[in-house]
Design a protein around this ligand. Structure first.
Ligand code: NAD
Length: 268
């Protein structure tokens, strides 16, 4: 495999499981040195398993604990990574979670918790990444001086009853991404989002864990298969590489057609 990201340093947030782990593995295969971020001390074993897997496959990675919703921890993560590796070239803003509730029962705590990780966490990491790209400038490693990939969701455009906090966070990610892409495109920084559809990970285990649940889920997916984490990881490699150099401020939907109004598949 051609190593399109050789010599580049990539932070992937929330990378000890699911899509983040898939992105970490694919970025490492493409030659990047990957920082596998995890939020709580208990996550170290899982993060280290991803790191070991990458190293065994000939890649380079380390794990790093940081809760992306806490400013001081984000600052410390960037400082440590820049101190150890000299810079950061790629940020995959992936960490995210759900705290679902019917709207009238949703507590302020549930609202703030989801917005804090899914939106504020992406803001804090993106801000530190952009500051580092501007400080370091052009190294000749890539046509851009830095790339950010925000993990959004089909729910940046599909409303989702019972998940107002989550859908609001992803809608927020969409306009934050577009706004900062507009602000920093003249500085040769590329910022895009990936909007996954249904990807089999711990976050949505209940949606595909039984045949009955899986059949219900497949009704929403024209391609009739649940996505896998490497579907997203490969898209992340493309968005981080010079192959997508003229792509900026856009959301790449990787969803098997979920956003194609599948309810109209059979004549509506
Ligand atoms: P996941 O639960 O496996 O991954 C989420 C990761 O985020 C976990 O590793 C978790 O430890 C980490 N995390 C949570 N809070 C954090 C914090 N404060 N700081 C740092 N890390 C934190 O689920 P996933 O499906 O892999 O989700 C990854 C991203 O993809 C999320 O942003 C999610 O919204 C998005 N997404 C997933 C799907 C899907 O179908 N799986 C669809 C659309 C979007």
């Amino acid at each position: 495999m051609e190593q399109k990201l050789k010599g580049q340093i990539a932070i992937v947030t929330g990378a000890s499981s699911g899509i983040g782990a898939g992105c970490a593995r694919e970025l490492a295969k493409a030659g990047a040195t990957v920082i596998v971020n995890y939020p709580v001390p208990g996550g170290k074993a899982m993060a280290d398993a991803v790191v070991n897997d990458i190293i065994q496959n000939g890649g380079m990675a380390i794990s790093h604990k940081c809760d992306v919703s806490r400013e001081e921890e984000v600052l410390e993560m960037f400082e440590t990574v820049i101190g150890q590796f000299g810079t950061v070239d790629i940020l995959v803003n992936n960490a995210g979670l759900q705290k679902d509730a019917p709207f009238t029962e949703m507590t302020l705590e549930q609202w703030n918790f989801v917005l804090g990780v899914n939106l504020t966490g992406q803001f804090l990491c993106a801000r530190e990444a952009v500051k580092e790209f501007l400080r370091r400038g052009d190294t000749g490693k890539s046509k851009s001086i830095g790339k950010i990939i925000c993990m959004s969701s089909v729910h940046e455009v599909i409303p989702w009853a019972g998940h107002a906090n989550y859908a609001a966070s992803k809608g927020g990610v969409m306009l934050m991404m577009k706004t900062i892409a507009q602000e920093f495109a003249p500085k040769k920084i590329r910022i895009n989002s990936i909007a996954p559809g249904a990807i089999a990970t711990p976050i949505n285990h209940d949606a595909w864990d039984t045949q009955a649940h899986l059949q219900e889920l497949l009704k929403l997916i024209p391609q009739k298969r649940v996505g896998q984490v490497d579907d997203i990881g490969k898209a992340a490699v493309w968005l981080a590489s010079d192959d997508s150099d003229y792509v900026n401020g856009t959301t790449l939907f990787v969803d098997g057609g979920m956003t194609l109004y599948p309810g109209f598949e059979d004549n509506g």
